[in-house]
Design a protein around this ligand. Structure first.
Ligand code: FES
Ligand SMILES: [Fe+2]
Length: 382
């Protein structure tokens, strides 16, 4: 069962907002302590409780399209290796050789085994230790107890979720994601950049349209609306709809037949650190990976259903992606500006208004996970 409204209801709410110059309002405002963006102790708690103990989106399924496809990266400070086995199942492991700990894979690729580059211990796609060079040097080694150490991986609705530490705090949600990343999507490209900003400053920028005119004056604002969003929550996650001006054309379509395809961008915030955004030609899966209180690696997977190798499709994709990148650069600029001002002492709290309800939901959920429910109530009254 989904907690999200259907497209027809979202379209109706958006057209109402356009008619009345309104937007969705949250019930209350929220004050988030700036210290939560600065404190290494707080970040350590976030990583432990919100990232490692929860099913966290690791990558789109399309990044592991075929048997043998693997992807290695750090998640919440832990090197993780995810791989699709010959049986089609995705498995994930701590990416550390059981001899002396070197990572057995880097980046992404497709293969039949993982050979450690230090001394050549070799593991199957299922993580089993298959070969030890000069094995007589390890007379007591039980290969069955020296496979790669697994972590829990589940694949749901086009995403691979990894839970590093048991017991996990929640199942991945997720009927709400049905159809968002359909199987016909292919991985088009992956970018990776490191920004000098706290991971939550970057996340916050995805979750409200209040900044649309001021920040994106020449990019998104001319084709969208300032401060006009439909905001919904599901579990600790949320979905924010950013309509395009052409959605006005739906007025001439009977309400029951309205499709919002190409009429808006849905931004799904998957707690804690991942965004899935829908665009007319692409889907983006964007991971904010904390590297420290003031540094974040942003990994952006672009997926598309357009055919590979088709010149017209590639040209259309390039122009769409160039446009998205221009807008995203504006978001990163303001995020890095806020980061540089964190130490100014000007703000003890960030103030989230009633337009910024998805941020309130994010930070309330994070407070609950980090401190328990009592902590969230304290933060709200602070
Ligand atoms: S550390 Fe991997 S084989 Fe030695
Ligand atoms: Fe933005």
């Amino acid at each position: 069962m989904t907690l999200l409204a259907d497209d027809q209801s979202v379209a109706r709410r958006i057209l109402d907002h356009i008619d009345h110059s309104t937007t969705d309002l949250s019930a209350s405002t929220w004050r988030e302590p700036v210290e939560h963006y600065r404190s290494p102790g707080r970040l350590a708690l976030e990583l432990e409780r919100a990232f490692r103990h929860s099913p966290t989106p690791f990558c789109p399924s399309a990044a592991l399209a075929e048997p043998g496809a693997y992807l290695a990266r750090e998640a919440a400070g832990t090197p993780i290796l995810a791989v699709r086995g010959r049986d089609g199942e995705v498995r994930a492991f701590r990416n550390a050789c059981r001899h002396r700990g070197v990572q057995v894979a880097e980046g992404s690729g497709c293969g039949t085994a993982f050979v450690c580059r230090y001394h050549g211990w070799t593991y199957g796609l299922d993580g089993a230790l298959r070969h030890v060079p000069h094995a007589h040097g390890f007379p007591d080694l039980d290969p069955a107890r020296h496979g790669l150490v697994p972590v829990r991986a589940v694949e749901r609705h086009g995403l691979v979720f990894v839970t590093q530490d048991e017991p996990e705090l929640a199942e991945p949600c997720l009927d709400e994601l049905a159809g968002v990343l359909p199987p016909e999507l292919r991985l088009h490209s992956v970018t990776e950049e490191v920004f000098a900003a706290n991971w939550k400053i970057l996340m916050d920028g995805f979750l409200e349209g209040y900044h649309l005119r001021a920040t994106h004056r020449r990019t998104f604002y001319p084709i969208q609306f300032d401060n006009l969003n439909v905001i919904e929550r599901f579990g600790r996650n949320s979905r924010v709809a950013f309509p395009y001006q052409r959605i006005g054309k739906l007025r001439s379509v009977p309400a029951a037949e309205r499709s919002v395809d190409g009429m808006l961008t849905y931004v799904y915030h998957l707690f804690p650190n991942v965004v899935v955004a829908t665009f007319p030609l692409t889907r983006a899966v964007i991971v904010q990976e904390p590297l420290g209180v003031d540094r974040t690696r942003v990994i952006n997977y672009t997926l598309t259903a357009l055919p590979e190798g088709d010149a017209d499709a590639e040209a259309a994709l390039k122009s769409a992606l160039d446009f998205q990148r221009e807008g995203a650069a504006e978001d990163r600029d303001v995020a890095c500006s806020a980061q540089r001002a964190l130490a100014s002492g000007a703000n003890e709290f960030y103030e989230f208004g009633r337009f910024e309800g998805a941020l309130t939901h994010f930070h309330r959920s994070l407070a609950e996970v980090v401190n328990g429910a009592a902590g969230a109530a304290r933060a709200a009254s602070g």
